[in-house]
Design a protein around this ligand. Sequence first.
Ligand SMILES: Cc1cc2nc3c(=O)[nH]c(=O)nc-3n(C[C@H](O)[C@H](O)[C@H](O)COP(=O)(O)OP(=O)(O)OC[C@H]3O[C@@H](n4cnc5c(N)ncnc54)[C@H](O)[C@@H]3O)c2cc1C
Length: 432
Amino acid sequence: MKNENIYDVVGIGVGPFNLSLACLTEEMSELKTIFFDNKKEFDWHSGIMPEWSTLQIPFIADLVSFADPKNKFSFLNYLKENNNLYQFFIRESFFILRAEYNHYCKWAAQQLSNVHFSSHVENVHYDQDKQHYVVTVRKNNVEEFSVLAKNIVLGTGTTPITPEFCKNISNEVHSSANYIKHKSEYQHKKSITIVGGGQSGAEIYYDLLSEIDVHQYQLNWVTKAPHFFSMDLGKLTLEYTSPDYTQHFFSLNQDKRDQVIQSQSALYKGIEIGLVNRIYDLLYQKSKTSKIQTRLLPNCVIESVTNQDNQLDLVFKNLDVNQKFKMKSDVLILALGYEYKIPSFLQPLNNIVNWDNKGRIKVNQNYSANDHENIFVQNVGIYSHGFTVPDLGMGCYRNAIIINKIMGKEIYPVEQRIAFQEFKPLPEEIVA
Ligand SMILES: Cc1cc2nc3c(=O)[nH]c(=O)nc-3n(C[C@H](O)[C@H](O)[C@H](O)COP(=O)(O)OP(=O)(O)OC[C@H]3O[C@@H](n4cnc5c(N)ncnc54)[C@H](O)[C@@H]3O)c2cc1C
């Protein structure tokens, strides 16, 4: 690196994926990096974090281990430095608390001098003369400055899905992402309706069900899915979260990929089976010991919400019988999943970034998104790299590929083949 003002990598957004990139590049003296995030400090989905909630993948999927298990930012080193290794060992669970994971990431972020918070990236454009990206950042909502970058890595994450008809309707339509902040408020209401049958909806339902007899609210849980389905975590299914399957999925044509991803809901959208069973057991227990008011409605899609005299009128359609029905509720909590939104700061690069015929960012196999392969994306492209794109377990794999590409050599070896099963015919066995 000759020019001190030019960064090899500018990371935009610091969630777990770009934090992992920062950790994995921290000791690479030949690479000059800087990362910006608009939050005041690192924070990972703390708005929906009941204290009992755990990660859905084993702790080995930490910020660094799959690329570099000897790295000082490993979860085991975090435990050691926080005098917690023995308790973790005795607890005998691979699944750490989500609050613990958040604390671990904060611990890592605090040790990185090149990660800057309260820094909102407002604009990125390409300077043809200098042949660099110019990243404009607003610090603490006031001061504005720019840095130059050879490569940029977008790690801006995803945002909660809100149907158009729910936007700006009332104060009583809430997102699951802010559940913890409003929980005590909800518990003073007479009726609460949760819409969404995935993990977040299930966690909120379980959490509110735990105290239904104390507060005596009516608690409804509605999902569009034909049943409250659990995530398939069978070990042969988990092989689909492998480098092999990611490469196979990428090798399919776009129509096939779009078709395959539609059929894989149970691989990443369902509820963790242990939680499904705990919900059932709790329902059984509460219904035998007190009079509780709760409804579970599968196969029902929400169609409209209106505010009538400080109560919400919710209209649903039962997809089995194709009939609409209405329900009243004091509060509606939407837990409809998350979606990627193309960041507005990217607009000046619209002609540089590649797009597919559905207007989505076209992601190359090495996670770059332009012909020069120097704009990289994290957590983008379920339609190109498969359902593991948001999976924390694949973060190190993706970062190893990005780092190797930027460095032009192998820094972190990337496993090619780990699955026992085969996802396509062997070339020598193909019949013409
Ligand atoms: C509640 C919840 C639980 C999950 N649990 C698991 C799990 O157990 N296992 C698993 O594998 N996956 C899990 N996931 C999925 C996935 O791991 C998370 O979505 C993860 O947070 C994705 O990380 P990220 O780095 O893409 O982005 P995020 O964590 O969303 O972070 C993006 C960051 O970018 C910042 N940002 C955005 N725009 C700008 C800008 N213009 N300038 C500066 N900063 C900006 C945001 O403020 C944010 O801090 C979970 C997701 C959710 C919502």
